[in-house]
Design a protein around this ligand. Sequence first.
Ligand SMILES: [Zn+2]
Length: 325
Amino acid sequence: VTLASDPVVLALDIGGTKIAGALVTRTGRCTAMASVPTPARDGAGAILDAAAQLAGTLRASEEGNRVRGVGLAAAGVVDPTTGVVVSATDHLAGWAGTDLIEGIASRLESPGLPVRVQNDAQAHAAGEAWLGAAAGVSTALVVAVGTGIGGAVTVDGEVLTGRHGAAGHLGHLAVPAAAGLPCACGGTGHVEALASGVGLAQLHARLSGASGRSHNVAGPGVTPLDGRQVATLAATGDPVALEAVRMAGAALGVAVGGVSNVVAPDVVVIAGSLTGAGEPWWTALRSAVAGELIPALAGIDVVAAELGDRAALVGAARRVWQGLD
Ligand SMILES: [Zn+2]
């Protein structure tokens, strides 16, 4: 039970499709969670307006809670020191260059509150390392597989942010199976181009075309399946969908295994919508990881994340609490 007088941190998670928010206690309990669609095409000002409006709704819903600060997790490469979005993909129009600390602080009713910002994948990892699947371990590799592929390394619960906050971009590791495929970052051959939700959908479309099975081929009047639909089709035993799911899982495993050889994690935590892609995907992923690991690292656990959508909110709040304690 959260008492009305308990101090809380206001946490916001700005993603490509929705903005989630919650009030988070010092122990990491989320109260008053809510979300609104991201006005992704309307520019950074509109996105921050929507986030501030959600913040106001959350504060009003729990009158009496004392908000001690604001933690923001956001898509894009976010410099945690300056609060500026260093770069971003086209999912959020006009996002790159935005000063998130100033942008949020100036829109809040209490301008004196401390505001901390970080990349959403890093916030997600911080949350899992605090209260989820990576809690209590020394080193963890956390990988989020959804529309794109994000990642972060945590050491004793702290996220490695690196230069400009850009550490952890596991999705932009080259893997042989993705050779030649264009990636959302502008590069080619990166694992995201094959193993993300979008990559899986495109892979399935290519395999369907090659197999001559017309009912799944993208063409005039035919909508290609998205990643989730491919996974659902694979679960029915459809051989082409199954092949696509296995190839995507294996490609991700090659990247995860390679990075694991670099950071030697105690556990690998996999988050994001594709974790629901079923047993064939998990088996291909784990098998490929095992195939890449050096002998000293054999047997690293590859497990599903535990906090779901709460992870980034909890992780964003944690940074604020750390600054207050
Ligand atoms: Zn890339």
